[in-house]
Design a protein around this ligand. Structure first.
Ligand SMILES: Nc1ncnc2c1ncn2[C@@H]1O[C@H](COP(=O)(O)OP(=O)(O)O)[C@@H](O)[C@H]1O
Ligand SMILES: [Mg+2]
Length: 330
């Protein structure tokens, strides 16, 4: 059976596999912490989403990681190199697209990459071919960039960012302005880059639905602070946070007497009753896994017949709304 951790972080406790480590990073502007003691790590080949509503501090975080702006406190370590103390060493491992990538519109895609090659040491013709293929632009390489769609331009930007063989690719809201087909392509190419080249990807978005499809993990921020980190797996959400309270599940019980079940379960401290429907004889509760046998036993000893027990899976969207205090996602 596929567990929820199939797509989870690789070698979680092997520190060698940590590519990016954001360590207590704070950005203070005019006495306000726009980013507040933010910490998270990204492992090799992982696609991690930096998720939060508009104004949460995603762009500010990314700009600090790539050294476009300074940090007030904390540090960012890329492949063991400190952005603060060894910027050149750290940034050599980063491929980033922060604003829209700039290209020469009257030059072809290929000539734009050649132009970049001339400015950067050690990029081979072979590498240009490899990245072109990785982002699926082989056929468009001889076309002028002005004839490219937004999605093609974004992918050319990714190709360029990959030329110097970075360990991590960092993209700030790369799907902004793309149509659903473009979003889908972007997602497929990022997954391919991560799996074929073993490159880690940090991608920000305010759209949860996209993150769900693209990322193996999300780091959720709100008002500059870490809200939660979640591993996204085949079965939806699993708990990757260090939350103090053990994970509860929501289950709906179908019984022969909902009123009696309610009064019995209400006496059990570990159970929170969420909803009771006497018409359909259903009662929905929040309970820890480990407590379910006792709950069932209590109903049985009271002579209440139990016909069904069904887990209610919250969508990640419900969770996101909860984490961010009900803020709108888009
Ligand atoms: N240079 C700045 N000076 C003052 N406030 C800023 C500056 N840059 C960003 N902010 C504020 O910080 C918050 C986070 O911004 P930003 O990082 O752009 O969020 P996001 O990318 O998640 O939408 C916003 O409230 C924004 O207005
Ligand atoms: Mg932003």
């Amino acid at each position: 059976m596929n567990g929820p951790f199939v797509k989870g972080p690789i070698e979680q406790d092997n520190t060698d596999s940590i590519v990016l480590s954001v360590q207590g990073v704070t950005k203070r502007i005019k006495n306000r912490n726009i980013v507040d003691k933010l910490s998270f790590e990204i492992h090799k080949g992982e696609i991690v989403g930096l998720l939060g509503p508009n104004g949460a501090g995603k762009t500010t975080t990314i700009r600090m990681i790539v050294g476009l702006i300074g940090m007030t406190e904390g540090d960012v370590i890329v492949k063991g190199k400190s952005v603060r103390k060894d910027f050149a060493g750290a940034i050599a491992h980063v491929g980033g697209i922060i604003e829209n990538p700039e290209f020469y519109p009257y030059m072809t895609g290929y000539d734009n990459l050649k132009q970049y090659q001339r400015m950067t040491e050690g990029i081979t013709e072979e590498r240009i071919r490899t990245v072109t293929k990785l982002v699926g632009l082989e056929d468009a390489m001889r076309k002028k960039v002005k004839a490219y769609s937004l999605g093609m331009r974004q992918r050319l930007g990714i190709a360029q960012a990959l030329l110097h063989e970075p360990s991590i690719l960092i993209l700030d809201e790369p799907t902004n302005g793309l149509d659903p087909a473009g979003i889908r392509e972007m997602r497929d190419y990022l997954k391919r880059i991560a799996s074929e080249e073993g490159i880690s990807v940090l991608v920000s978005s305010h759209l949860l639905s996209e993150m769900e499809l693209m990322c193996s993990r999300v780091v959720v921020i709100q008002e500059g602070k870490l809200v939660t980190m979640r591993t996204l797996g085949a079965s939806g959400i699993s708990d990757a946070s260090t939350g103090a309270e053990p994970e509860r599940v929501h289950v709906t019980l179908r019984v022969d007497d909902a009123a009696a079940a309610k009064s019995r379960l209400a006496r059990m401290e570990e159970i929170r009753i969420l909803n009771v429907s006497e018409e359909s004889n259903e009662i929905t509760v929040s309970v820890r896994d480990a407590y379910i046998p006792r709950m069932v036993g209590a109903l049985g000893s009271e002579g209440i017949g139990l016909y069904r027990i069904e887990e209610i899976k919250e969508s990640l969207e419900d969770e996101f709304l909860k984490w961010t205090g009900g803020n709108r996602i888009a």
